[in-house]
Design a protein. Structure first.
Lengths: 112, 114
């Protein structure tokens, strides 16, 4: 059971470039989430999805986009990368509302 | 509104000491769940425990124990006979009825000194 898989694990972007962070889960979870964690800080919710075709903004959505065309995949798109987006990005999923998250191993992104 | 407060930003103890991490939560809902996660220096987020609002029994798992008190809206985490491997950031979190997401505290960084 792979759980939540994030790719890539590391990436360096130049200012203004775009990229997609991939997240896939094989647990048939309806709920999926994207968080960012700045150095020494807590988790901030970027976007989330309660099922295929449904997405919603979290507390820090600016500069990001998401889509949820399948239950398994929840990619996060960065358009016009900025140094402020340097962070570790975590994808998470859970089967229902009262359950805890299963997190992916994270993507460490540096924008230079 | 839901809120989780971890007032201890950073704690340092010497190995083998006991240490308690505090977590205070706020919610108006009667049905809610509380969680603890561990983030070791390697960076992954590891689920430790889930507790629902109707079960106030304390839980023990090896050297780890959790004290849930609804009267004080607290869900504290104690590590007994701490070890260097316990060094990590620990997050307390809350899910309350009808919310689509879990609310995290800001975390407590725990240093276990050899």
């Amino acid at each position: 059971n792979a759980g939540v898989t994030q790719t890539p694990k590391f990436r360096i972007l130049k200012i203004g470039q775009s990229m997609t962070l991939q997240c896939t889960q094989d647990m048939n979870h309806n709920y999926m989430y994207w968080y960012r964690q700045d150095p020494g800080m807590g988790l901030k919710l970027i976007y989330y999805s309660v099922g295929a075709g449904i997405t919603d903004k979290g507390e820090v959505p600016n500069g990001y986009n998401v889509s949820r065309s399948t239950t398994e995949d929840f990619p996060l798109r960065l358009e016009l990368a900025a140094p402020s987006q340097t962070s570790v990005y975590f994808c998470a999923s859970r089967p229902g509302q009262s359950y805890g998250y299963t997190f992916g191993s994270g993507t460490r992104l540096t924008v230079v | 509104a839901q809120k989780v407060t971890q007032a201890q930003t950073e704690i340092s103890v010497v190995e083998k000491e006991d240490v308690t991490l505090d977590c205070v939560y706020e919610t108006r809902d009667t049905t809610y769940y509380l969680f603890w996660y561990k983030q070791p220096p390697s960076g992954e987020l590891v689920f430790l425990i889930r507790r629902n609002s109707f079960d106030e029994q304390n839980e023990i798992s090896g050297r780890y124990s959790w004290n849930f008190q609804k009267s004080t809206s607290s869900f504290n985490f104690t590590i007994t006979a701490s070890q260097v491997v316990d060094s990590a950031v620990y997050f307390c979190a809350l899910w309350a009825n009808r919310d689509d997401k879990i609310i995290f505290g800001k975390g407590t960084r725990l240093h276990i000194l050899p």
